[in-house]
Design a protein around this ligand. Structure first.
Ligand code: IPE
Ligand code: IPE
Ligand code: MG
Length: 245
């Protein structure tokens, strides 16, 4: 990996990924979907290492959506166990490489053991200044926005703020991603071209790169390709190109 990609002009600070295609990858090989999920964790490890080496500031990974509970119970259980095992085995190494772990999504109603694991990983790595690895678990953007709106409504009802105090930046800060920069680049593997309830508010001006590769095939090289595609984009944010302005 080329270290210090951040020094190169136009590199993304925040990369968000929809890690999709585990099941199809396995099915294509005549294997159960669980094999794809297990290989998906390997791809997650490779990608995190690559992002950290490249000097990317934030990597946000969609690991389980609010809607994924509707899958067969056995698959849900397998995914939860994979996540538990990942935290148990990988957090120490991530901590050593200076990675700060953050988890976004709804924690209410989650298994208390899992919640404790999340909290411990976050507390352990809180002071780290390297890559921020944000894991979206039981995450749904509409649910996240709803929670933020409820929190703000509560503050208004308690007289702590007035409705006029609610600005886009106040709303942004009440989301689970409050304090993080918005994603510059969103990558979705697996060929689908949709957001599936991921970071709807945060992606207002994000560049999207859709890749046909299934997630278990993803690696540092593909991440680099997506970043190259991103760097050729002309981000205007509603304005005009810098040279014609
Ligand atoms: C992504 O792969 C992993 C999760 C959603 C947890 P999928 O399991 O969605 O794989 P496909 O899209 O069915 O191939
Ligand atoms: C999005 O993938 C969620 C994750 C990658 C965790 P899905 O496979 O759940 O999305 P849909 O169902 O194809 O929209
Ligand atoms: Mg999928």
């Amino acid at each position: 990996m080329s270290p210090g990609i951040l020094n190169v002009d136009g590199a993304p600070r925040h990369v968000a990924i929809i890690m999709d295609g585990n099941g199809r990858w396995a099915t294509q090989r005549g294997q159960p979907r669980s094999v794809g999920h297990r290989q998906g964790v390997e791809a997650l490890r490779r990608t995190t290492r690559a992002a950290s080496d490249m000097g990317i500031s934030v990597l946000t990974l969609y690991s389980f959506s609010s809607e994924n509970w509707s899958r067969p119970q056995a698959e849900v259980r397998f995914l939860l166990e994979l996540l538990r095992r990942f935290i148990r085995t990988d957090v120490a190494e991530l901590h050593q490489s200076g990675v700060r772990i953050m988890i976004i999504g709804d924690r209410a109603g989650l298994d208390p053991t899992l919640r404790t694991m999340f909290e411990e990983a976050e507390v352990l790595t809180r002071e780290n200044t390297g890559l921020k690895l944000v894991i979206a678990f039981n995450y749904g953007s509409r649910q996240e926005i709803t929670r933020a709106v409820q929190a703000l409504a509560r503050k208004v009802a308690e007289g702590k703020i007035s409705p006029e105090d609610i600005t886009p930046s106040v709303i942004g800060n009440h989301l689970d991603t409050g304090g993080l920069p918005e994603p510059d680049l969103l990558i979705r593997t697996g060929g689908e071209q949709r957001l599936s309830n991921y970071l709807l508010w945060q992606c207002a001006y994000t560049e999207f790169v859709f890749m046909p590769d299934y997630w278990p095939e993803f690696d540092g090289e593909r991440l680099r390709q997506a970043i190259e595609t991103y760097r050729l984009r002309d981000r205007r944010f509603g304005g005009l190109k810098a040279q014609t302005a």
